[in-house]
Design a protein around this ligand. Structure first.
Ligand SMILES: Nc1ncnc2c1ncn2[C@@H]1O[C@H](COP(=O)(O)OP(=O)(O)OP(=O)(O)O)[C@@H](O)[C@H]1O
Ligand SMILES: [Mg+2]
Length: 263
């Protein structure tokens, strides 16, 4: 009998499906940005606005998967992360120009949507350092567990949580190329410090996040990975390795979080 700490346990347990027809659909693009992935602000049928990352974007299609998994894992451990949702980009948007210099073209189908926060400012480590002390343990846990990269946070003064994690497109050590099973296997037990590393975490806020990591179940991770839409053509072997990576790595992140909070 294998345990979820072993890669073999994950084999054959992930069954993907097409994006549910009930998912919100993009109705119009309100603003096309010139960001690395050409994220665009869009209106959707559920009445919300989302910053959408679509297939065909200049940073590559794996961006969508990385964003989706990082934001949902952040939610699972109750870290302060922008809410996200998979949205359907209808066929009429197929081959639309992202307006980047290379002329990349959008592909319709499931896309990643980050719920638009009005009146939000974007910043780097100074924002993280100025975050309310209750917020930092969750940001630290996400960064360590999910191999944070290209530090960016949203400061949302009218949101209770105030500083939120977003833009995970280069996380999982993805950088400018794709992550793969080899990278995850190599880094699974490696600490992943922020730069600069916080020198103190508030113990009363750190412990609930550490507890969420200790208790994160293989079933929760499987449910998340099974919801990665079939249309994204992700190799199931890579999803299985990602499941194993998250499950095996989370206890180390919890331990590092507790150590930092202990001073
Ligand atoms: N949920 C959100 N709420 C408010 N603004 C957002 C949100 N998500 C993204 N934005 C805005 O859209 C811009 C582009 O988003 P994001 O940084 O995720 O894209 P990117 O292509 O990965 O960027 P980069 O150029 O850093 O690689 C951000 O700089 C920010 O201004
Ligand atoms: Mg960005």
């Amino acid at each position: 009998m294998t345990s979820p700490h072993e890669r073999q346990w994950w084999s054959g347990r992930i069954t993907q499906q097409a994006l549910p027809a009930t998912s919100p659909r993009v109705t119009s693009i309100v603003h096309q940005s010139a960001s690395g992935s050409c994220a665009f602000l869009a209106e959707a049928t559920d009445g919300h606005h989302y910053w959408v990352k679509a297939r065909g974007n200049p940073q590559g299609d794996q961006t969508l998967l990385t964003e989706y998994v990082c934001s949902k894992v952040g939610q699972l451990i109750s870290a302060e992360v922008v809410s996200s949702r998979l949205v359907q980009l209808p066929e009429e948007f197929d081959n639309r120009n992202f307006q980047d210099p290379q002329g990349h073209l959008m592909r319709s189908g499931p896309a990643y949507g980050s719920l638009h926060i009005r009146y939000a400012w974007e910043g780097y480590e100074s924002f993280r350092e100025a975050a309310p002390r209750e917020t930092l343990p969750g940001l630290f846990a996400m960064w360590d567990l999910l191999l944070g990269n290209d530090e960016q946070w949203l400061w949302a003064p009218f949101d209770q949580r105030t500083v939120l994690s977003f833009d995970h497109s280069l996380w999982l050590d993805r950088g400018e190329s794709d992550w793969d099973s080899h990278i995850l296997k190599r880094l699974v037990d490696q600490p992943w410090p922020m730069d600069p590393q916080p020198d103190y975490l508030h113990p009363e806020s750190a412990q609930p996040i550490a507890d969420n990591l200790w208790h994160l179940g293989s079933g929760q991770i499987l449910d998340l990975l099974c919801s990665v839409p079939l249309e994204w053509n992700v190799m199931v072997e890579e999803l299985e390795t990602l499941g194993w990576f998250l499950y095996r790595r989370k206890d180390g992140t919890a331990r590092r979080l507790e150590e930092l909070a202990d001073g």
